[in-house]
Design a protein around this ligand. Structure first.
Ligand SMILES: Cc1cc2nc3c(=O)[nH]c(=O)nc-3n(C[C@H](O)[C@H](O)[C@H](O)COP(=O)(O)OP(=O)(O)OC[C@H]3O[C@@H](n4cnc5c(N)ncnc54)[C@H](O)[C@@H]3O)c2cc1C
Length: 319
């Protein structure tokens, strides 16, 4: 066990970066941000397509930023560059390629165990998001199709017959982008899109109208099978289609096992319990970002959580 930090932040996404920046600006200097990926912002890197537009008011949620991070509309690349510059400017101490396995409170100190080392801290902020555990469908996905059934665009190439599954902005943006170099069908179980921003709604109907992609709406998938190494998808209308690749973009799930290992209590819906200051039942252990919203998180929401938590920590310190 090493040096005692005032604050350890678990997760280097917007919530974690926001917490680190607010801590430095507001006067908490001894901090460490631990990230399991080889760089910060793994959700943005892995799940946003290249050149994706990044909206501050994501999914139409008007958010006024309260803290010291001046995040504005941009692209995937400009957002990552901005976060790089924040971490550099404030000289945030980071441990990349380190996955936190557990957090334990012994007397008044937290002990944080990662795949590589152990750390000690007075306060801990868990900002691990939910995309480390993407949602999966209820039916079985054959293991033999592991390479062809994906949850982000990492393995997609060109000239493939692709099925995108989902009805949110991510699924639609993936479908539009991939249709430029692939034969794309977008499947959504409902008849109409109800959660899209105006631009995506307009684009998806335009692309469909111009037959740049195909929409298969109001239809669910019953099962998925391996057909000579390709993906045979059986739909509720009784028809099937064979695809080179299927990509699910149906959100993420709260990583309950990890939260339990950290001693965080869960409510009847399996969501973590915390108070109005995002503090869990364990004093000094906070949750920020997607992990602390019931549904529909965003970068701006995560940044506001971070500001609120640091302000609360400082107020506690003074009292
Ligand atoms: C495709 C897509 C498009 C989106 N577009 C927008 C948009 O335009 N505008 C917008 O505001 N929002 C958008 N969002 C939502 C936004 O990305 C999230 O709300 C935001 O990233 C949440 O930040 P976070 O810090 O809570 O979690 P995340 O960004 O998920 O970051 C969590 C970090 O924690 C790390 N981590 C996880 N477990 C551990 C562990 N055990 N130990 C160490 N590190 C760990 C992860 O590797 C990750 O880097 C989009 C989401 C998706 C999926």
């Amino acid at each position: 066990m090493q040096q005692m930090y005032d604050m350890v932040i678990i997760g280097g996404g917007p919530g974690g970066i926001g917490a680190a920046v607010e801590a430095k600006v507001l006067g908490i200097n001894s901090i460490l941000m631990i990230e399991k990926g080889d760089n910060h912002s793994q959700t943005i890197r892995k799940f946003y397509k290249d050149n994706k537009r990044v909206d501050k008011n994501y999914k139409g949620q008007e958010i006024e930023l309260h803290g010291n991070v001046d995040f504005t509309d941009g692209t995937k690349e400009s957002t990552l560059n901005y976060f790089d510059s924040l971490l550099d400017h404030d000289e945030i101490d980071t441990a990349f390629n380190s996955e936190v396995e557990s957090v334990t409170k012994v007397d008044n100190e937290f002990q944080i165990v990662t795949t590589k080392a152990g750390y000690r801290a007075k306060n801990v902020i868990v900002a691990i998001g939910t995309m480390g555990k993407p949602n999966k469908p209820d039916y079985i996905l054959p293991i033999s199709l592991k390479e062809r059934i994906n949850f982000n665009l990492d393995k997609c190439s060109q000239g493939e017959k692709l099925l995108l599954v989902g009805g949110g902005n991510s699924a639609v943006e993936y479908a539009i982008e991939l249709s430029k170099t692939n034969n794309v069908t977008l499947n959504y179980r409902k008849d109409t899109f109800s959660r899209l921003n105006d631009i995506n709604l307009k684009l998806i109907h335009e692309y469909n109208g111009q037959e740049k992609l195909r929409l298969r709406l109001g239809m669910d998938i019953v099962s998925v099978e391996n057909e000579n190494g390709l993906v045979k998808v059986n739909f509720t209308d009784g028809y099937y289609t064979i695809y080179d690749r299927v990509v699910y973009a149906i959100g993420g799930t709260t990583p309950v096992d990890f939260l339990r290992k950290c001693g965080i209590t869960l409510d009847a819906e399996g969501k973590p319990e915390f108070d109005e200051n995002f503090e869990t039942k364990m004093q000094g252990l906070y949750l920020a970002g997607d992990i602390a919203v019931k549904s529909g998180g965003s970068i701006a929401i995560a940044l506001n959580h971070a500001y609120h938590i640091i302000s609360h920590m400082l107020k506690n310190k003074k009292n």
